[in-house]
Ligand binder design. Sequence first.
Ligand code: HAH
Length: 337
Amino acid sequence: MRESLDFKEPALKAVFADDFKIGAAVNPRMIAAQESLLAYHFNSITAENEMKFESLHPAEEVYRFGAADELAAFARKHGMALRGHTLLWHNQTSDWLFKNKTGEAVDKNTLLARLKSHIETVVGRYRGEIYAWDVVNEAVADEGGELLRPSKWLEIAGPDFIAEAFRFAHEADPQALLFYNDYNESQPQKRDKICKLLKSLLDQEVPVHGVGLQAHWNLYDPGLDEIRTAIEKYASLGLQLQLTELDMSLFRFDDRRTDLKAPPAELLELQAERYEAVFRLLKEYRGVISSVTFWGAADDYTWLDDFPVRGRKNWPFLFDEQHQPKPAYQRIVSGLC
Ligand code: HAH
């Protein structure tokens, strides 16, 4: 693997210094395996899993901050910004939260009191360190006419849970920037629902400052025009935008192929064209986009290995499995500068 002296190419964070922060999602294994790469190219990190509810708060009286603290210390060591992910989600959330001692569903007041206590503890712990939080993750329904996805949160607390989460987070750290974060954010129907939710929060004077576009994209979708329209619509609400989980899968979402053992040159070339076009567009909107975070850093590890197709590797980033710049890196850096 590369050592710090091996880096001769321009640092991404320097290339985009006048535009936005360049981030990576990390976990304790990756801060060890990718330390030089992360320190050289990136100036922001997000915990991939370690700040999610089930990781931090496995039982009502038990908090486990060890892994999250390690990542915060890594950010401090390298002078990186730290994003928090995530305070409220329908996934990776401990079961106890929704149940009383005898296993029945709790009532709305109990659930919201537990949420408040969780948010006070977690946001309070990293006050002054985490500058931006994904407060609510993925609350909007992908399909159909419903605005919000079915969840325990919605079932027990009704739609208020979203506004309450933002209020609790703002109380716990009035300086932190608070984001609503979601995927399929550039798909027109979901985009319009996300806008509708955000507009209603702003109308109620809920402290929401930004929208996180997860940006789990692939070589074919979404179209550049869809990305552009989404950026325009979110920005027109007066919010700041961040790309929070960018990756560029080599496969369409419903592609099941599992035959590739290495990324073919043609696909790496397509990926390079796509990344170049995307970053050209993002630079156009540098006035409203404050950060671009990849959901990983190099192709030796991505959550897309095995998801959504078991046994299939993916190669979605700008750096390869040896942490060397890929064609996509070259195109972004030489094409835009
Ligand atoms: C994201 N969901 C989550 O925000 C992140 O916390 C997780 O580590 C990976 C991806 C995206 C997603 C999903 O979970 C399920 C289906 C589609 C997209």
